[in-house]
Design a protein around this ligand. Structure first.
Ligand code: C2O
Length: 547
């Protein structure tokens, strides 16, 4: 095993996109930032130097951080921010996962421009991919671009209690693509040789949108998601929620030409009619002259094509093979978590708010991020007053999760939808946890990508409407369920996940639509130390950012 070392200088970068110039926050003056290439078993060391005007943290999305919880990165959960002029060295091992993950800022909306790929290849010298070796590999990072300053966009929304403006374009590796104004020169291109196979490592780094991804004229063969191998699944369309990754093989077996790869929005709420632009890149067959016909366009699904999204998500399974991690059958903690958007009275920190503010919750608790000490530091010190340990195992009130009409009942605000609190659920080391994740319809139904830090989980089942154990349990896949770190819970529906709490520390679980995070669509697990030294979280490094 090697040590893979990087220095990330976070600073200002002037860029021009969509005919606008703007200063963004970026790592090493690149968008996307550097790709971390490692092998399973390696140690990664990243020195993050904050030369930007913003408080920042970096999260290594999907990395387990076994016994290194202080390197996980979410602001005020596992650390205080790296303030301007300061630095922090993240040091962690990559064990037990292969495929594509990514890193991103985990403070305010900064991840809009502070992100990059993590590529984990099989352990050096010992193993190969469980599929034919591709001729070449390409990271395809899907993103979102605002002409305005994203931190201002977020602050504006928070102060008014409303939702932030939509982005101005989607991007592929930071570029909107040549169908968008002023973007022609910078379109992302890959060159392929007829008959060869390519591995596309697709990441959805967009803030607030699930995306459909396609390559015109080609099918894709999905071989991994969230750095877990899958049974190979052939599809012409990939669906990917913010936080998720998809590794797919593409054989260059189409007639020699130029083809668009494209990503467009998947919007699951029936109350939103929004169709952002399609971002494109180009797949160029080497033997095709540049002057030939324009690239072939793919037919993208309609933005509200929930059946297409559901088909993709439910067709994926883990490979059936010896040595696949076994699904725990004995459950220590059964949780039922409802979540969704609601309303709350304007608060003191919202000077531009009139009457009601947007809010979000899990089990009717709207998560409040601490400001004086991170949850992890409070956990390690046993400090009082930073959080409470009473996150409910189930929702305190019962309501119809499937009602799809917007609820305009004026008494809504007095319902306990938006009790504010910093509540954690305490878990014993090695306990097994099942969570039924149930979308609610207080304001609108919508698909929420729920991401758990510190663990992968098995996705046992998912469906529409209210979860009903009498029928749902029969549909659980206990043989080869998909393993992920982010599950897209169907709009107006539910998903069931299971994981083993074998990693001591404090781990946030939240909606990966960034717009919902400051509204409170989050909770955290506090996992106790185990009985031995190898199950005890050591103290954090000396440069650990405290407040
Ligand atoms: Cu990729 Cu808590 O996030």
């Amino acid at each position: 095993a090697r040590v893979v070392e990087h220095t990330f200088n976070v600073g200002n970068l002037k860029v021009r996109k969509l005919c606008h110039s703007r200063v963004i926050t970026a790592v090493n003056k690149k968008l996307p930032g550097p790709t971390i290439k490692a092998h399973e078993g390696d140690t990664v060391v990243v020195h993050v130097v904050n030369d930007s005007p913003h408080n920042i943290t970096i999260h290594w999305h999907g990395i387990f951080q076994q016994l290194t919880a202080w390197a996980d990165g979410p602001n005020f959960i596992t650390q205080c921010p790296i303030v301007p002029g300061n630095s922090y060295t993240y040091r962690f091992n990559i064990t037990g996962q292969e495929g594509t993950l990514w890193w991103h800022a985990h403070a305010s909306f900064l991840r809009a421009t502070v992100y990059g790929a993590i590529i984990i290849r099989p352990r050096a010298g010992t193993k190969a991919y469980p599929f034919p070796k591709p001729h070449k590999e390409f990271p395809i990072i899907l993103g979102e671009w605002w002409n305005a300053d994203v931190v201002e966009v977020e602050n504006e929304a928070l102060q008014s209690g409303g939702l932030p403006n939509n982005s101005d374009a989607f991007t592929i590796n930071g570029r909107p693509g040549d169908l968008i104004r002023c973007s022609n020169k910078h379109t992302y291109k890959i060159e392929v040789v007829e008959g060869e196979t390519y591995l596309l490592r697709i990441v959805n780094a967009a803030l607030n949108n699930q995306l459909f991804f396609k390559v015109a004229g080609h099918t894709l063969n999905v071989v991994a998601v969230d750095a877990s191998y899958t049974a190979p699944y052939t599809t012409d369309i990939v669906v990917i929620a913010p936080g998720q990754t998809v590794d797919a093989l593409m054989v260059a077996n189409a007639p020699s030409a130029r083809y668009y790869m494209a990503a467009s929005a998947y919007i699951s709420s029936p109350n939103v009619t929004f169709d952002n632009t399609t971002t494109t890149g180009i797949v160029h067959y080497k033997s095709t002259a540049l002057t030939s016909a324009p690239p072939v366009k793919p037919m993208m699904p309609a933005f509200n094509d929930t059946p297409a999204a559901h088909k993709f998500y439910t067709s994926l399974t883990s490979p059936v093979r010896l040595g696949s991690p076994a699904v725990p059958l004995h459950i220590d903690e059964h949780m039922f978590i409802t979540f969704g958007l609601g309303l709350a009275p304007c608060s003191a920190g919202q000077p531009k708010c009139q009457g009601m503010a947007a809010s979000a919750n899990m089990n009717n608790v709207s998560f409040v991020f601490p400001t004086k000490m991170s949850l992890l530091e409070a956990h390690l010190k046993g400090a009082n007053g930073v959080y409470t340990k009473d996150f409910p195992d189930r929702p305190p009130t019962v309501f119809d999760y499937t009602n799809t009409s917007i609820n305009t009942d004026p008494t809504l605000a007095s319902l306990p939808f938006a009790e504010k609190g910093t509540k954690v659920k305490k878990l014993k080391y090695n306990s097994t946890v099942e969570v039924v994740l149930q979308n609610t319809a207080i304001l609108t139904i919508e698909n929420h990508p729920i991401h758990l830090h510190g663990f992968n989980f098995f996705v046992l089942a998912q469906g529409f409407g209210n979860y009903d154990s009498s029928t749902a349990v029969k549909s659980y896949n206990l043989v080869h369920p998909l393993v992920r770190n982010t599950v897209s819970v169907p709009t107006g529906g539910w998903a069931v996940i299971r994981f083993k709490a074998d990693n001591p520390g404090v781990w946030i679980m939240h909606c990966h639509l960034d717009v919902h995070l400051p509204l409170g669509l989050a909770m955290a697990f506090e996992v106790e130390n185990g009985p031995t030294l190898s199950s005890t979280l050591p103290p954090p490094p000396p440069d650990f950012p405290r407040c």
